[in-house]
Design a binder for this molecule. Sequence first.
Ligand code: ADP
Length: 249
Amino acid sequence: AKASRCILETRGLTKDFKGFTAVKDINLKVNEGTIHALIGPNGAGKTTFFNLLTKFLTPSAGTIHFDGHDITHRRPADIAQRGVIRSFQISAVFPHLSARENVRIALQRQLGVSYQFWRPIKMLDQLNDKADALLQEVGLKEFAETKAVELAYGRKRALEIATTIALEPKLMLLDEPTQGMSAEDVGTVTDLIGRVVKGRTIVMVEHNLNVVSSLADRITVLNRGEIVAEGDYEAVSTNPQVMEAYMGT
Ligand code: ADP
């Protein structure tokens, strides 16, 4: 059985844009060590909800508790420091640096090591070793010297995941991890996410329902800013309100 400690909880989380409510009174609980998927049609409020979690946007009402703390009024940098790391939209990969250099930079960021302090060669070696271990974990061992820009799409995603893991996230927020991928890459990235969770907690927005069904322990379905259903894949996929939401009524 999965760990059942609640690590993230939103209560009454709401975001108004000039009279339009994009996220309305969301009560969501995420248990530690689980994968929680947010799904719903376009405009449902998924991106806005993510932006509230990272404080990219300020909530109009409600609270966010993470890992025992009320983070509702914390600044984005503080939230990142507490281990809430958003991948794919925020954590950019430097295209002209190698895979190893990209992971090493993420490690330096995590360790707070600035350029002049990692000049000692031993420290650099240690960081490179750790970077290589992370690259191996995501299946990029042979691509350590390859520039990010030269990696195939699925491998670039794997590199992004490695740079995210380097930051030692307690909560990984994944924005549509398989968007725009070939079926083969979708399979690779899905396997990879399943493998890297290991006690980490993931909340992801994902449109591909095959990915959701194979990865998510729990699914929240949003429509027009509100939760219309919640449960495991079986429960939400047979829920009439979910079908109605996707029909675009
Ligand atoms: P999703 O990610 O589920 O497609 P979004 O969170 O992007 O949904 O959008 C939810 C709703 O909020 C949409 O109707 C969108 O037009 C609206 N919205 C999002 N951001 C803004 C904004 N900055 N100003 C006004 N309306 C916004």
